[in-house]
Design a protein around this ligand. Structure first.
Ligand code: 1GP
Length: 251
């Protein structure tokens, strides 16, 4: 039986341990780079792989997951950009609802389309309030979702949006500046959201070094997601993983 990934998240949060998720976009890289990343991840305390992308133009999702699993026991969680990105090869799926936007299709439409496939997949479902924050420039996710991100200087909007998601029964909040964002989600924004909700808080987009990862953890992030930095420089993994593990809230 597969491990309960949500319980892992709750246990880590209860123990004030911060987790590192590595985002792998199957459109980028190849079997050799995924194998290399998996091997590095094994020895550097990576907790999850997130696999998916806003725009998936190649049909390489399953190849990517099979390669990661061949080289690593680290759980693979789907991070889908569309209902087509559902496969039972993974261990679970972030069942995203884009609660910062007012695009009905991404709030509930695509979830309806995917519901039967999800039920049949046996995947562990992790219902997630997905909140886009302005990261300084339009990103693929803001363009594709056709929604406005929350302005970076409005932490109070992000906080009540996350709170509404928690009240609706969502199990995770994901603060997303967008892959490759110029600026990651600010410390003030993370603090405002983490103060308001009890469910685990995932933060990603534009985090490129250990210092930014550490600050996000100190501010209240429970899971840090890194994609672009490791695509470009996998050798950053030890530094950033170390910063995340050191980032337990002490203040
Ligand atoms: C994107 O939050 C993730 O969904 C990761 O972003 O690629 O900027 O690390 P980066």
């Amino acid at each position: 039986m597969k491990a309960n990934q949500y319980q892992t998240l709750l246990n880590a949060k209860a123990a004030a341990q911060k987790l590192l998720a590595v985002l792998v976009d199957p459109d980028k890289g190849n079997a050799a780079s995924w194998a290399n990343l998996a091997t590095l991840a094994n020895t550097n305390g990576v907790d999850f792989f997130l696999v998916g992308g806003s725009l998936m133009v190649n049909q390489r999702l399953e190849e990517c997951i099979v390669t990661l699993k061949k080289h690593s026991p680290i759980p693979v969680i789907l991070f889908p950009g569309s209902p087509a990105q559902v496969t039972p090869l993974a261990d679970g799926i972030l069942l995203l609802s884009l609660i910062s936007g007012r695009n009905a299709d991404l709030l509930i439409g695509q979830q309806v389309q995917a519901a039967m496939a999800l039920k049949q997949s046996g995947l562990e479902l992790l219902p997630t309030g997905y909140i886009l924050i302005d990261g300084g420039a339009p990103t693929t996710v803001s363009y594709i979702s056709n929604t406005l991100p929350i302005p970076a200087n409005k932490p109070e909007i992000a906080a009540v949006t996350a709170l509404a998601g928690e009240q609706l029964g969502l199990k995770l909040v994901y603060l997303e500046a967008g892959s490759g964002a110029n600026k990651p989600v600010s410390v003030e924004m993370i603090k405002a959201v983490s103060k308001q909700v009890d469910i685990p808080l995932i933060v990603g987009g534009g985090i490129r070094n250990g210092e930014a990862a550490y600050e996000a953890c100190q501010a209240g992030a429970d899971v840090i997601v890194i994609g672009t930095a490791f695509e470009e420089q996998p050798e950053l993994l030890p530094e950033i993983a170390g910063a995340v593990k050191a980032g337990c809230k002490t203040t």
